[in-house]
Design a protein around this ligand. Structure first.
Ligand SMILES: Cc1cc2nc3c(=O)[nH]c(=O)nc-3n(C[C@H](O)[C@H](O)[C@H](O)COP(=O)(O)O)c2cc1C
Length: 209
C-alpha cells in the first residue's frame, strides 16, 4: 500500500471542506474520459456483502430530462406548500437543483433484488444495499471535486414517477439524481448556509455508553 503523506492527509481534509453541493453550473461540457474516471470510483466503494448494488442511468434525451424536471418542479411546489411565512419566502428563493443547466445528469438507483453477495448482511438490514449506493456516490462526489467538477444531489422528486419515466426494472429504487458539471463558483460554505436557511452545527454529537 502506498504511504499517504501528511501533505496528502491535509489535502484530503481540504477536499472534503471544499466539496459542496453544486446547483449552478457553467455551460462547458464535461470531458468523457474525465467523467468515466470519476464514475469508476463507484467500483472502489464498500458494499454490503460485496453486492455492488449501484445502477446508474445517464439521462441525455430531451424527453427524459423534461419529464425529470417536471417531476422536480411538482415536488418542489408541494414542498413549498408545506412552509409558511418567512420560511416559505426563503424556500421559494432557494435554487434546489441544477437540472436546467448541468451538462451531465445521472439517475442513481439501488438494485434491491440483486443476487450478488448472496444476501450477506442485507438479510437483516436490506437498507444497507441503499447505504452501499450512497458510499459509491460519496466516492464519486469527492473524485469529481478533486478534478474541479461539481456535483449536486437532487432528492426533491417523486421516486416512483421517476422510475416509471425512465422505465427501469421494478426492483430498482432511486437513491439520487446527480447533476454534474463545472461549478459557477467554489465555496467552503454550503449554499443553504449562505442563503440563511440552516447553519451547520459545527460539533459532532458523540455519545458514550
Ligand atoms: C441525501 C441528500 C439529498 C439532497 N437533496 C438535495 C436536493 O434535493 N436539493 C438540493 O438543493 N440539495 C440537496 N442536497 C444537498 C444538501 O442540501 C447539502 O448537502 C447540504 O446543504 C450541505 O451542503 P454541502 O453539500 O455544500 O456541504 C442533498 C444532499 C443529500 C446528502
Amino acid at each position: 500500500m502506498p504511504r499517504f503523506t501528511s501533505e496528502f492527509q491535509a489535502n484530503l481534509t481540504e477536499l472534503m471542506r471544499w466539496r459542496r453541493d453544486v446547483r449552478r453550473f457553467r455551460t462547458e461540457p464535461v470531458d468523457e474520459a474525465l467523467l468515466q474516471h470519476c464514475l469508476d470510483s463507484f467500483l472502489l466503494a464498500p458494499s454490503v456483502g460485496l453486492s455492488e448494488p449501484w445502477r446508474i442511468v445517464r439521462v441525455e434525451s430531451h424527453s427524459a430530462r423534461t419529464a425529470a424536471y417536471a417531476n422536480f418542479a411538482d415536488a418542489n411546489a408541494a414542498a413549498l406548500a408545506g412552509y409558511a411565512g418567512d420560511k416559505a419566502r426563503l424556500y421559494s428563493r432557494l435554487k434546489l437543483s441544477g437540472m436546467h443547466d448541468a451538462p451531465v445528469q445521472l439517475a442513481v438507483f439501488c438494485d434491491e433484488g440483486t443476487q450478488q453477495g448472496a444476501g450477506l448482511g442485507a438479510r437483516t438490514m436490506p437498507e444497507t444495499r441503499r447505504y452501499s449506493v450512497v458510499a459509491g456516490i460519496m466516492q464519486f462526489w469527492l473524485s469529481a471535486r478533486a478534478r474541479g467538477l461539481g456535483v449536486g444531489w437532487v432528492s426533491i422528486l417523486d421516486p416512483d414517477r421517476l422510475a416509471r419515466d425512465l422505465d427501469v426494472p421494478g426492483d430498482w429504487s432511486l437513491v439520487a439524481w446527480l447533476c454534474v458539471g463545472w461549478p459557477e463558483r467554489d465555496s467552503d460554505t454550503p449554499e443553504l448556509e449562505r442563503a440563511g436557511w440552516q447553519d451547520r452545527r459545527g460539533h459532532l454529537p458523540l455519545g458514550l455508553r
